[in-house]
Write a protein that binds this ligand. Structure first.
Ligand SMILES: [Zn+2]
Length: 151
């Protein structure tokens, strides 16, 4: 007979796959609609801090002000940092190898990671000027920007 007060943890090895939809939020909804419908990239400015966030957000990370305004930023930008991904991960939207770069769009004060293509890794450098390549058929997600490439 088992003693209910004495037990050992039992681990179940299980992999779950779940597809779902979620609301992108007020800022995210405006951002993705502009990207999908007009190929425009929006950021959210904080007038108090004089910072423009990309991707846009609803609350300033510095002063916690509510951010209701959106401004167009980019489309040109600058590589702030980068790396060569040489291994496959399920979360990567494409097979390796590829370059991830944090790109700060003109008019924004924050950067965002995205693919950098049409350049050899050895030629990539901090400060490289880049532009987005938009998907011909956009779906309302960040891959509506297929990748960035050097000017
Ligand atoms: Zn602020």
């Amino acid at each position: 007979m088992d003693d209910l007060n004495q037990y050992q943890p039992f681990e179940v090895d299980q992999h779950l796959t779940a597809h779902g939809n979620y609301w992108a939020g007020r800022a995210g909804s405006r951002f993705y609609r502009a990207l999908r419908d007009r190929r425009r990239i929006l950021g959210s400015p904080c007038r108090n801090c004089r910072k423009v966030f990309w991707p846009p957000r609803s609350i300033c990370t510095f002063c916690f002000s509510e951010l209701r305004e959106m401004v167009e930023i980019g489309p040109l930008g600058t590589v702030e940092t980068f790396t060569l991904v040489t291994y496959a991960e399920p979360v990567h939207p494409r097979p390796a190898p590829f370059i991830y770069a944090v790109i700060r769009l003109d008019g924004a004060d924050t950067g965002m990671a995205h693919f950098l293509d049409e350049v050899e890794y050895e030629r990539v450098h901090v400060g490289m000027r880049v532009r987005p390549v938009f998907a011909p058929q956009r779906k309302g997600n960040i891959l509506d920007i297929l990748y960035f490439k050097p000017l």
